[in-house]
Design a protein around this ligand. Structure first.
Ligand SMILES: NC(=O)c1ccc[n+]([C@@H]2O[C@H](COP(=O)([O-])OP(=O)(O)OC[C@H]3O[C@@H](n4cnc5c(N)ncnc54)[C@H](OP(=O)(O)O)[C@@H]3O)[C@@H](O)[C@H]2O)c1
Length: 211
């Protein structure tokens, strides 16, 4: 399987690339700083560029069986790069006839907002997470309108730790008591993304994901 990855040098992206290579997948990653992906297993092709560079994005996506978007930005970033970058990826996918997009978003985006604890809803959210949620919601809207085969992963807050392979996931309606364990290991988020490359349980759905 050939996978194109955006955000490969990030916290989750690097775990994803590592796990995909270990599974024998061929990975093409768009990177702004190629040195950041040193020391990974065989099978990685790097394309140097920015996600706003349409030619570099097209080059990354061409020939892929699926695309993973793990783009991110600092909480107070105003660029909206998750949404604009994802729009650029979608254009390239359509031009290259690549159909499957698996993208990171965040728990709290869209109809999952009621799932986040009061600390986030009433304090951290208004203080520092509004731009991030707005960017993810614009990103999710781009994906939902894309006409592609898509899956959106909405993880809880990240923490370090090994891949356990055992974590909870579902759609918003699957949490009747609105109570979730909240954090999740980056390595498990990557594990979930790997599964979404071939599992259709959440096709055309946003899925929350926690430990
Ligand atoms: N942190 C959390 O607890 C949490 C929880 C749920 C969801 N999320 C979401 O999960 C996503 C991934 O988070 P993360 O912590 O793994 O991300 P991260 O470590 O901040 O990494 C972001 C990635 O995006 C790349 N990127 C940013 N702007 C780019 C551009 N213009 N062109 C090309 N690449 C660009 C970065 O490349 P460089 O290395 O070149 O900068 C990096 O690879 C984010 O969207 C975040 O909102 C985070």
């Amino acid at each position: 399987m050939r996978i194109a990855v955006f955000g490969s040098t990030g916290g989750v992206g690097r775990h994803f690339v590592n796990q995909a290579l270990e599974k024998g997948m061929a990975v093409t990653a768009l990177v702004r700083s190629p040195g950041k992906l040193a020391g990974l297993p065989e099978g990685l092709t790097q394309v140097t560029g920015d996600v706003t560079d349409e030619e570099a994005v097209h080059h990354t996506v061409a020939g892929a069986d699926a695309v993973v978007c793990a783009l991110g930005a600092p909480l107070l970033d105003k660029s909206g790069i998750r949404a604009t970058g994802t729009a650029s990826i979608i254009r390239a996918m359509k031009a290259a006839r690549v159909n499957r997009l698996v993208s990171l978003s965040s728990i709290g985006a869209g109809d999952s907002y009621p799932l986040i604890p009061g600390l986030y809803k009433y304090f951290l959210g208004p203080l520092m997470m509004e731009r991030m949620f707005a960017d993810h919601e614009a990103q999710e809207a781009e994906i939902a309108a894309s006409g592609l085969d898509w899956i959106i992963a909405r993880p809880g807050p990240y923490r370090d730790g090994a891949r356990t392979g055992t974590y909870a996931h579902g759609v918003t309606a699957d949490v009747p008591d609105r109570k979730l364990k909240f954090h999740i290991n980056r390595a498990d988020v990557a594990d979930f993304l790997i599964h979404q490359l071939s599992d259709n349980t959440y096709l055309h759905k946003p899925a929350w994901l926690t430990s």
